[in-house]
Write a protein of this length. Structure first.
Length: 193
């Protein structure tokens, strides 16, 4: 296998993973394969959404592929927002509105335990393998920091005194859920060479 599609158009994500893979496997974006579809994400779990995306590409374009899905899971809210993290406050997918909703729901709650979880679905020749990355932490009482995206300003990873949004991208990638899932994917792919 020399080519692999990453079901994203995020150049930064693509370059980051390509760097980790080295030159044995060439990563392609959705644009590279001519996919401009609104890929469905209709499953009730992160695992289901990641699989739905990777199988969609595999079946429609006949290319080996991987896709990811990520969610913030808050213990006191029964795992919310979870699979609905991007659209927690509505279909417009506003990070500001999503954070405001979490902070409002958590206002009087003492248990602030939360975790970010990423699931990667890799489909090679019609067979799927999944990889998971988790980072434990807690929800802050207010936004801190300006870097990152999504819920980063209100998430404090365990063992740190800075939110994800107060870290450099390099610092965050060293400990992030996505970074951990990607490391497992890369290890697996390197063993296939």
């Amino acid at each position: 296998m020399t080519e692999l599609v990453f079901a994203t158009n995020n150049r930064h994500k693509l370059e980051e993973i390509q760097h980790l893979l080295g030159d044995k496997i060439h990563l392609l974006s959705l644009t590279d394969i001519g996919c401009f579809d609104d890929i469905p994400e209709n499953q009730p779990t992160l695992e289901g959404n990641a699989a739905e995306k990777s199988f969609y590409i595999y079946r429609k374009f006949g290319k080996n592929c991987f896709a990811d899905d990520t969610g913030l899971e808050i213990e006191a809210l029964g795992g919310e927002p979870g699979v609905y993290s991007a659209r927690y406050a509505g279909e417009e997918k506003s990070p500001e509105a999503n954070m405001a909703k979490v902070l409002e729901k958590m206002a009087k709650i003492k248990n602030r335990k939360a975790r970010f979880r990423t699931v990667i679905s890799l489909v090679i020749d019609g067979r799927e393998v999944q990889f998971e990355g988790i980072v434990e932490g807690k929800i802050l009482t207010e936004r801190r920091g300006t870097d990152g995206f999504g819920y980063d300003p209100i998430f404090l990873p365990d063992g740190f005194d800075r939110s994800f949004a107060e870290m450099t991208i390099h610092e965050k990638n060293q400990i992030s859920h996505r970074g951990r899932a990607v490391a497992r994917l890369v290890d697996y792919l390197k063993k296939l060479e």
